[in-house]
Ligand binder design. Sequence first.
Ligand SMILES: Cc1ncc(COP(=O)(O)O)c(C=O)c1O
Length: 364
Amino acid sequence: MMMGALKPRPDILSIEPYKGGESTVAGIDRVIKLSSNESALGPGPRAIATIEAAAREAHRYPDGECLALRRAIGRRYGLDPERIVCGAGSDEIITLLTRAYSGPGDEVLYSEHGFLMYAISARTVGAQPVAARERGLRADVDALLAKAGPRTKVLFLANPNNPTGSYLGKDEVARLHAGLPAGALLVIDAAYAEYVTRNDYDAGAEFVEANGNVVMTRTFSKIYGLAGLRLGWAYCPPAVADVLNRLRNPFNVSHVAQAAGVAALEDIAHVDAARANNDVWLPWVTAELEKLGLKVAPSVGNFVLVRFPDSPERNADAANAFLCARGIIPRKMGVYKLPHSLRITVGREAEMRALVSALAEFMA
Ligand SMILES: Cc1ncc(COP(=O)(O)O)c(C=O)c1O
């Protein structure tokens, strides 16, 4: 008997699949990958040793509750482990929160150049993604609040934001939260929190503790150098933690990732080294690129958004091709509606010097 053609829900075919940063260039063996905001230093020695040892237990199911890891996160950040939920990257937490709190007919709000996964996860549940315009490549509290209404179920604020590198201070986040309609969840995505050195910045734990509708998400993919293992977490009001624990898969975080996460948290020296690398090379690369006449958005993360001239010989596409031909891979920004810019991760000294000399040649 002939069956009708299979049809997924229509929202699903409107999803543009997420594409990570490129990691290879045809014909070049050793590349400098600056396309995914990964750690300049990679995993620390304690995490590597733990991962090797954990391989011997690969036949065992992991602890479905991530207890040791949640306790380690709690110790490191002074948080209540009962309110922590771990996931396969903070991407998984973003998707779970969207699934739990929004659906068809609802809206998921974020700022214009916000992290791509917010719109994608909204579409996966049939909710409408809504973007509020930014001002000077910064989330704009008034524009977000103007778009927030009774249908708004989740507001994602990447703080700092990828790819712009900008952040909102604690007072602005408080004003955003105070203006939200009842029944909306504020998700503060603090994937880059460990790099921020501004004293008006707060990653969001206090907001979570003071309110029933704020969640903070964090990741081991950035300063901890474990992006390949997929490990993230959320700090939640108890009721939200309960919801996520019902919704998530039973063994959503691998045994290796849990063990590596604990080791990475305890390797304070390695995290300090990664932060110190950023503290030196973020301002350096910003200043050097500005000297070449490029516009660099002020960043508090481990990456910079660089605006190129409009001329066909000097534009972002030409710069991308020029860099890739030299084995240096930035991230193109068309999908973020910033086609004139490239996003470049802060790497190690040699990588930053190679980048700047290549761009000096490009701009000459
Ligand atoms: C703002 C932001 N949030 C979340 C993520 C997802 O991180 P992961 O799923 O690796 O934890 C990223 C990754 O680039 C990001 O830039």
